[in-house]
Structures are given as C-alpha cells and as structure tokens.
Design a binder for this molecule. Sequence first.
Ligand code: NAI
Ligand code: MG
Length: 489
Amino acid sequence: MTSPFQLYINGQFEDGAAQFDSINPATGQVWAKMPEARTNEVNRAVAAASKALQNEAWAGLTASQRGKLLYKLADLIEKAAPQLAQYETNDTGKIIRETSSQIAYVAEYYRYYAGIADKLEGSYLPIDKPDMQAWTIREPVGVIAAIVPWNSQLFLSAVKVGPALAAGCSIVLKASEEGPAPLLAFARLVHEAGFPAGVVNVITGFGPECGAVLSSHPDVAHVAFTGGPETAKHIVRNSAENLAKVSLELGGKSPFIVFADADLQSAVNAQVAAIFAATGQSCVAGSRLLVESTIKDEFVQRLVERVQTIKIGLPDDHATEFGPLCTLRQRQKIEQVVASSLQQGAQLLIGGKSLEREGYYYPPTILDCSDVPQADCVMTELFGPVLSVVRFTTEFDAIQKANNTPYGLAAGVFTNNFSRAQRMTKAVRSGIVWLNTYRAVSPLAPFGGHGLSGHGREGGADAVLDYTTTKTVWLRTSDEPIADPFVMR
Ligand code: NAI
Ligand code: MG
C-alpha cells in the first residue's frame, strides 16, 4: 500500500524504516499505513536539527522574521484545518465536531507565539563595578525533543513548537504511534511555510525505540513531554543520559465540585462537557464529581437525564457528540477498572458495558461512589467516559476530598458564593481552577499541573522563556591594564 504519510527529516519527506498499520477506532480496521522512525531516523532528525541551529538560514534570521514564518504557518493551518481534522478523526476516533473547531483554533496559538518572537528581551545590569558593564542576552536553548500523546496532537504540539520556534530553537517532534496522521500532514505545512531544512522535523514511531532514542539523545537540550505518568518516568530516566531539561504535562483525576448554591442546570451541562466531551479522553477531564449532599440526588438525576440524550455515533458525522475510544487496550482497561469498582461497592447509575457494535465504543458511564470514596474508579485516571460521584457535607470536606489524589491538573468549582469561590481557588491543589465553567483554554493562559500531573507550564507568554537560556556578557571599560591576576574582579 502506498501511503500519503511520510516522515519529515531535514526538509525531506521519506518513508521511514518500516510501515505500520493505523487503525480507525470507529471500525477497528486499518485505514492507513504509517512510516516508522527507528534509531537511524531519530539520529538523522536530531543531526538535522543540530545543524539547522548553526545554519545562518535559521540562526541568522531576526526575531521578527521568525515571527513572520510562524504567522505564515498559522495561516496555512487555518486553511488546512478541515483536512487535518478529517485525518485526526479517522486516526483517533475523535469526533469531527471537536477536531474541526480545535484545529482551526490551533492557528491562534501559532499567531500568539509569532507575536512574542520579537518581544524576548535581555537586560542591562546596573553592575556594582565602575569599570564594568554587564548585560544578558536570551538565546535559544538548543534542539528540542517534543513527544506528544495521540489526543489533540496539533494542539499539544502547538504549545511546544510555537514557543520553541519563537525562541529560535530547532525541534524534533514525535507524533504518537496511535494516530500520527494529523502531525505528519502538519509537516507539509511547515515545509510550505518555508522554514529552513532541519528546523522542524516530524517523525513517528514506538516509545521503546523511537521515543527512547530521542529523549536520551546527547544532542537534545530540552524534552517537552505530554503523556501518561508511567511514560514520564521513562522520560526522566532517559534524560539521565543527556541531562536535558524536562517538562512534563501528564494526566489528571480532576475534581468537579458542585455546591448547593450553584446554578445547577449550568453545572449539569459543564459536567457533561468535563467528562463526556472527547469521550472522556482529555487530560483535564473532570472525572470526579464532588457534590454537596443536600443536592446530590437531584443533581445526579438531572445529570443522568442529560446523559441519556447524548448522541453516540460515527465520529465523522457532524451530528455525533460521542464517539469511540482511541484504542482497544484503552477500552479493556476501563472495563477492568469499572468491574473492580463495582465489586468494591460502587453503584452503577448509567452505562458500564461496552457497546455491541463495531469499533471501540464504551458508553457514558456514571458510578456513585459516595459510600466507597477510595474505589479504583475514584483514584485511577481512566482517560475515558467514566464519572465517579462522591458526596461531601462541608466546604472543608469538599477540599479534603478534592485534594485526595496524587494528581493536580485542573479543578472545577460551581458556586454562586463569591467568597467561597475565592477560598476554594486557594485551597484546591491544581494548576488550573475553572469557576462556574470548565474546559476553557486560550493561548494566553498557562496550562499544567502538580504531582503526578507533571510540572512546567505551557501556554502563556512565559512559556517562551522555557525555550531560552540567558548568556551573561561582561565588558571591561577601563583602558588601564589589569593589574593583579590573583584577585577576582
Ligand atoms: P503515553 O504516555 O502512552 O504516550 C505518549 C508518548 O510517549 C507517545 O508518543 C509514545 O510513543 C511516547 N513514549 C512511550 N514510551 C516511551 C519511552 N519509553 N520513551 C519515550 N517516549 C515514549 O500516552 P497516551 O496513552 O498516548 O496518552 C494518554 C495520556 O496522556 C494520559 O495520561 C493523558 O492524561 C495524558 N495527557 C496529558 C495532557 C496534558 O497536557 N497534561 C494532555 C493530553 C493527554
Ligand atoms: Mg489510529
């Protein structure tokens, strides 16, 4: 089978060491062949990126010129969004409704970082020595290895590629083997935008070879990783080889907290968005509903009624609201954890059984865990459409329960009490708090977590600084010869 998908190394498209099958999760069938990068391809991609960093075609550009290339890339992404969305939907099962709007918005991330490229300033230091001047300049940190998971790959790579290129770095971007189509197609846009050869390389392959060789490569300066916590441990171990700087955006078990004084209809819809949008396969999924005991029954009933109306269907149908999971393995994991949670005493309110149709469908599922708040489904990230409900009595109880997790990515708080919203914002341990809303993102807003959710922040202006390093320059202004070589200046 000839494939339109190729690796992009040193400005050239190539087939890779081998081909592997890519599955359409809506059918469970192979829909395309993907090129596999192995050690040789990874080494060549890193070599190309290292060379590009020294090459005047890139290193010699002004910051504004780098910004202009990023603006051009943004325009191309916007134009290609429908095609990229179709690829992502075919390859990952994510519904076309979401992929088409999300990818069009990805262009805004590139525009945001395009605008920041020429606003990275050094500083003049008012140094305490009369015969010296000193200043700092910001330089690109070096070759970036960006490794992303299968979901929202264009979005998750934009928050790495955008700031890295704005800062003047070069990059090797590894698409996930579970759905590399949209990123391999993105490489064509990079090429069309006119970035010099080797500045951006896009590869895909499997974790144990492609990912491991890339993240431990001696010429990589920074590994920007998004994925699961277990893979993150490999990344950190791999970085013992190159001592690269590592940033980690990992999973979550984010609480969605509803107080009795909240607008319940709004909270119901936000809870549906939090856990059932993207079939629950979202790092910020609000997978633990903490609800005040006085309204628990009413809230859960309204939620179940709303969930019954969700349109399950083929992901490439614009009417579909809920599609398949990305992989069979993922569905098996969810089945296991739901089974063990039911044994532990969780009560099934809706869903709970894989759908009998082709493809990897698992329905919207709600488990009441109020009497078993330590059940597996409450404690484990499922990366799927499973909501665990736990009731709370007081604000203190809500905080204790919200923070009873090794993760700390996001939290939602629904209340009409402004003071309480302020107190909760402070008390909840997470990198993002959404008050009376959920799942809102913007290029302007930093994104990231604590604990098993990782560290580092992506998005926002400061993210560019992560891709730079400072150089301190000293200038002696005196014409007198240096007198005493044994005294530190
Ligand atoms: P994963 O951790 O299995 O894979 C992520 C990437 O790491 C893939 O490209 C994979 O090939 C690579 N990889 C695997 N083993 C490796 C190794 N030994 N060395 C180097 N690279 C290796 O993640 P998956 O299953 O694709 O995605 C789901 C996870 O990603 C969930 O935990 C989810 O919460 C998290 N995620 C976090 C986000 C955030 O921004 N905080 C956003 C989206 C997903
Ligand atoms: Mg696939």
